[in-house]
Design a protein. Structure first.
Length: 504
């Protein structure tokens, strides 16, 4: 049975610009994300440039990757940056106590990360160590990276082979301080965040966005405490608030909690519950934004969702501490739902980072020796990249099928749109597990012609790509028509689609 949906898109009404940085990524020293992921070493038989894997770089460049967050995650608050500079053979070995209790050789450190960012054309987002570090340690890392004269840290950087300073726009003040980053109260962390932010200086024209580590999901009290901490005498730096952004984390599962359910074996009820949980990100965003608007109606402080994605059980036979999971059509639809919400809240949300880029959680890419597989989630990022730095457009879903999940109604259509440089991009997610969906989209305000339309799906909600079937889930052309300003198309079940338009 074919269901129907009706949508109105106002092509001539533009809203906030969708910051390209909401398409950011996250790479932690966790499992095979860094080692045997990005980093294979200069002596590897796998093609690399200075130890960094070449096919992975090429694949991520195709996404126009805007930023990369590193070194964690929980690992950030036990990472001491001086362990990762200087000759690799002389770097100390440490224990990665959070992730697998394995020994870390520190061969991938500050210079390697900055080299990777330059290869990717991505801006670095570094998470500093608040949990087990010191204010001085973080302050000197900023200086080491960004100062251009003959200061002590600039001289140390030059001694390690880098003459010119780097640009590092984003600086995280720790990670999850309510948990692995120190088990602090909101008020205790707010005090620490102000102190650490004060000593993270803007050197040599490099302006930092200092990002206070924020709430777990919908903990609005945490956001309130961070905003209240800015409302004090002297809580400014360089004429602006002492930190310029507040973050939160949001992981999706089907209701039993993270790391409790299978990535590929799930019931239809679990499928819908997962999508309902993902859809809750819109409510979470609205809650944090409402708190921030109370204290900061002019929008000086950015909201950042620097960890998001699905979190399933690890694949059988893999290290439980490495968080390696398969990536299905269900995960791709979770990504589509998140991006629609991110686009709707573009006024305040300025950065988001999928967890994680390679071989960990909801990854873009899976590697197996010299083989590389692009996941369904990767394709959502690629199909959606035209939204980066485009102006959001109102989308009104007038009619949609629905189902019940997590005790509430779940609409089976999610959508968003944007415009830039005489073009528009419409994203559509059909959440229905079964049955086609006939969609009519009333394109109002400007003339439009379809330049390209694509659809992403698989033969089931659990379909995935692997070494043997790398294109089981891949974009395919989608047939569309426009008659009298109404775009018509048919979406297969459990699918994500984009329609690129030339507009008058």
């Amino acid at each position: 049975m074919t269901a129907t949906a009706r949508i109105v898109v106002d092509l001539d009404v533009t809203g906030a610009t969708i910051n390209r940085h909401v398409y950011g990524h996250f790479a932690e020293h966790l499992g095979r994300c860094i080692y045997d992921g990005f980093w294979v070493g200069e002596d590897s038989e796998i093609e690399n440039v200075r130890g960094i894997r070449s096919d992975v770089v090429a694949a991520l460049r195709a996404l126009d990757i805007p930023n990369l967050r590193w070194p964690g995650g929980c690992f950030a608050d036990e990472y001491h940056w001086r362990d990762g500079i200087g000759p690799r053979e002389e770097r100390p070995r440490v224990v990665n106590s959070h992730w697998g209790d394995v020994v870390e050789n520190n061969h991938f450190g500050t210079h390697e990360f900055m080299d990777l960012c330059e290869m990717l054309g991505a801006e670095p987002y570094i998470a500093g160590n608040v949990g087990s570090g010191t204010v001085q340690e973080m302050s000197e890392w900023v200086e080491y990276l960004t100062r251009g004269d003959d200061s002590p840290m600039a001289r140390l950087r030059r001694a390690n082979g880098r003459d010119e300073p780097w640009k590092v726009p984003f600086w995280g003040l720790g990670n999850e301080p309510w948990g692995c980053g120190g088990t602090m109260s909101a008020e205790q962390y707010a005090y620490e965040a102000r102190k650490y932010a004060t000593f993270c200086r803007d050197h040599s024209g490099n302006a930092l966005m200092r990002i206070a580590a924020g709430a777990n999901e919908g903990d609005l009290q945490w956001t309130r405490a961070l905003m209240e901490a800015l409302d004090c005498v002297g809580c400014t730096l360089y004429g602006k608030p002492v930190y310029q952004a507040v973050s939160f984390h949001y992981y999706t599962h089907s209701g039993s909690g993270i790391n409790t359910e299978d990535a590929t074996a799930f019931t239809t009820a679990q499928y819908y519950d997962t999508l309902a949980y993902a859809s809750e990100v819109d409510r979470i965003l609205r809650g944090h934004i409402a708190v921030m608007d109370t204290y900061d109606p002019d929008g000086r402080i950015a909201l950042v969702c620097d960890e998001w994605g699905t979190w399933w059980n690890v694949e059988e036979g893999t290290n439980p501490g490495f968080l390696f999971q398969q990536n299905t059509v269900r995960d791709a639809l979770v990504a589509g739902i998140h991006f629609d919400a991110f686009h709707r809240h573009a006024r305040r949300l300025q950065i988001a980072n999928i967890a994680q880029t390679l071989n960990v959680l909801q990854a873009m890419i899976l590697t197996d020796g010299d083989a590389m597989v692009l996941t369904p989630t990767y394709h959502v990022f690629e199909m959606n990249k035209g939204h980066q730095d485009a102006q959001s457009i109102p989308v009104h879903v007038l009619e949609s099928p629905s189902t019940t999940a997590r005790g509430a109604e779940l609409p089976l259509v999610s959508s968003s749109a944007s415009t830039k440089d005489g073009k528009a991009l419409l994203s559509l997610t059909h959440l229905g597990a079964e049955g086609d969906l006939d969609v009519s989209v009333d394109l109002r305000g400007r003339g439009a012609r379809v330049a390209r339309a694509r659809v992403l799906t698989g033969d089931s909600t659990a379909a995935f790509n692997d070494v043997d079937t790398p294109e089981a889930v891949a974009p395919a052309p989608l047939e569309t028509t426009i008659v009298d300003g109404v775009l018509s198309l048919r979406l297969p079940p459990h699918s994500f689609a984009t329609v690129e338009l030339d507009v008058d």
